[in-house]
Design a protein around this ligand. Structure first.
Ligand code: ZN
Length: 292
């Protein structure tokens, strides 16, 4: 959906900063012995996301608190690393937590700028993948409505079911338009959103954007945002016609309206699937909207 820049702190930086927050020397030294293995697992994770195959990362079933996940670290040690260290306001790693949260610039990458990120969400859930509890690219700044943690701990078991990874997925998901909208004149007028990926995409990628759109309930959520904004646009359209209508023929007016009202945002910096950009494209192509 919306791409996030690769974090300036990598997994190793975060692990070493977490280590600095461990007061007991023996605890810290034990932890540091696992850092190279954790970093190696992180590289595997990144390579799989780039290939669209993160679902292949082995999931540990029936993992207990005392299960050793990355020797000598148990599941609970790794889980606590996030809660008691990275997120802990008393620890040096907290500054990295704050940095990651702020890096989304107040725009949730899952819904793409409806909600504001409130906390970091584990892309591969903590319960089944504790080895990535503090890995930056597994920590997604997410809004309340998109937070996966509250939706359970399930994760894709096959390629088609993978939602879009905000950091490392294929560029086509961020740069090509796959969210579309249509204007429906039912009296007040509504904007309806739907998924239509480019025809040349692979079937698996088409399935993935559909899954992402469904999982985050984007048709409904974008529809609400568009509804709030539409009356404003209709007022602007009507006053434009009122002022200009007496001077120019109608067919020229619609061209001017698109130019004045929609072009700046359509051609501006918003990412390809931003709800507002998609809405403006739909309205600018709707004769029903342009010629009420
Ligand atoms: Zn969101």
């Amino acid at each position: 959906m919306k791409k996030l820049d690769y974090p300036l702190c990598d997994f190793k930086d975060v692990l070493n900063t977490c280590a600095k927050g461990m007061e007991q020397v023996n605890v810290r030294n034990t932890f540091l012995t696992a850092v190279p293995d954790l970093v190696y697992l992180g590289l595997q994770y990144e390579q799989l996301v780039k290939k669209g195959e993160l679902y292949k990362f082995p999931r540990i079933e029936n993992i207990k608190r005392k299960t050793v996940v990355v020797p000598p670290l148990t599941k609970s040690k790794l889980v606590n690393l996030y809660a008691n260290n990275l997120r802990n306001k008393e620890k040096p790693a907290r500054s990295l937590y704050e940095y990651l949260l702020a890096s989304a610039n107040e725009k949730c990458p899952f819904c793409g700028d409806i909600g504001r990120p409130k906390n970091l969400d584990h892309f591969l859930p903590l319960a089944h993948y504790p080895q990535f509890s503090v890995m930056p690219v597994n920590l997604i700044p997410a809004c309340r409505d998109c937070n996966m943690g509250e939706k359970g701990d399930d994760f894709a078991g096959q390629a088609e079911d993978q939602i879009i990874h905000p950091y490392l997925d294929k560029n086509i998901f961020y740069t090509q338009q796959w969210v579309h909208a249509r204007y429906v004149n039912d009296g007040d007028g509504v904007v309806e959103y739907y998924v239509q990926p480019p025809a040349e995409w692979q079937e698996v990628d088409k399935a993935r954007v559909n899954k992402h759109f469904r999982d985050f309930d984007l048709a409904r959520r974008y529809g609400i945002e568009a509804g709030k904004h539409l009356s404003e646009i209709i007022d602007q359209r009507n006053s434009f016609y009122k002022v200009m209508g007496r001077k120019i023929p109608l067919e020229e007016l619609t061209v001017d309206l698109v130019e004045v009202l929609f072009k700046p945002l359509i051609e501006g910096g918003a990412f390809a699937n931003h709800w507002k950009k998609v809405m403006y494209v739909a309205l600018s192509m709707s004769q029903e909207f342009l010629l009420p």
